[in-house]
Design a protein around this ligand. Structure first.
Ligand SMILES: Cc1ncc(COP(=O)(O)O)c(C=O)c1O
Length: 313
């Protein structure tokens, strides 16, 4: 097993939370590894182990042009002497189209660029059968590591904490991380999730994912009763952000020295502080799960010419 150390649990002292008698902790999965950071490692860990145990020669997976998951898969496969194949959305792309794809290629990933129409079939049985026939020695992992093993990997996050929080909060994309957290959440805790996609039906997505991972309906509805989805903090949708959000990242970093990314973690942290204020929350223990994404943030801050002093990107 690749050795990646347990991530830090950091207590963060912020005046506006201390005033409300809120004890605030951040699970720093962003510090797990520079390339295989945050939930990427959690989601890949057991798929890699499974591939090794079942004697597959590598991993085949899917992603968009800027997919952190593709880079993480390529990096971990190189470390483990496994092959990697990436099916990339966009037939017009090449391995030199951007930094993400360049890094995938540098880690030895074989990239296959497919049309958006073909990519839409990535989870269909027929398409997967075709891929299995074409690449029989590869273990197929869905986009974003969203499989049973991904959920299991994410269910370990809370076991590295005191797991006694009133509230745990996390950003949501494929819902794999939140699905794992929910499984290990104690009765008295609530999970808030912040989808970064607009018009995203998080509960339906989670049901599908749990169902696909073959959990039974009663257990699923038990888990889902502990969740509240905050779906007003997508800032316009996936990859969209505002100047306010970038200001928030800058001021949060100045206060805490914790970097956030504009695609996922900043939206969740912003949502948390807004909701605490609006609901007048007091006397709670709160855990924020920092899922990483800092690699991708660099290019956004460069593009926006927002590189502040001592910035982390
Ligand atoms: C940095 C970061 N945070 C959060 C998420 C969302 O996690 P999930 O897709 O498991 O819901 C992602 C996407 O994988 C991500 O890259």
């Amino acid at each position: 097993m690749l050795s990646v150390q347990q991530s830090i649990l950091q207590e963060v002292h912020l005046t506006h939370l201390i005033a409300r008698n809120i004890k605030f902790f951040v699970k720093r999965d962003d510090l797990i590894h520079s390339e295989i950071s945050g939930n990427k490692w959690r989601k890949l860990k057991y798929s890699i182990l499974h591939a090794e145990q079942q004697k597959f020669e590598g991993i085949l997976t899917f992603g968009g042009a800027f997919s952190n998951h593709l880079v993480a898969t390529a990096a971990v496969c190189q470390m483990k002497n496994l092959q990697s194949i990436g099916i990339v959305r966009g037939e017009e792309l090449t391995k030199d189209s951007n930094d993400t794809l360049k890094r995938c290629a540098q880690y030895g990933m074989e990239l296959h660029f497919v049309s958006r129409e073909d990519y839409a079939f990535r989870n269909e049985r027929m398409y997967q059968e075709e891929l299995t026939t074409k690449f029989p020695s590869m273990y197929i992992v869905p986009e974003g590591g969203a499989n049973y093993w991904g959920i299991v990997g994410c269910s370990e996050i809370l076991s590295e904490t005191t797991n006694d929080y009133d509230l745990v909060i996390v950003a949501q994309g494929t819902t794999t991380t939140s699905a794992g957290l929910l499984m290990s959440l104690p009765e008295k805790s609530t999970l808030w999730t912040v989808p970064v996609l607009k018009g995203f039906n998080a509960l339906a997505e989670m049901k599908t994912l749990y169902g696909y991972a073959a959990f039974d309906a009663e257990t699923i509805s038990d888990w889902l009763s502990k969740i509240e989805v905050l779906d007003n903090y997508h800032f316009g949708g996936y990859g969209k952000y505002t100047a306010d959000l970038l200001d928030f990242i800058e001021s949060f970093y100045k206060e805490t020295k914790i970097p956030l990314d504009p695609v996922y973690t900043a939206k969740a942290m912003f949502a948390l502080f807004k909701e605490i204020e609006q609901r007048d929350i007091k006397n709670k223990r709160i855990l924020f799960v920092h899922t990483g994404g800092i690699q991708g943030a660099k290019s956004i801050f460069e593009k926006e010419k927002r590189l502040f002093s001592n910035n982390p990107f």
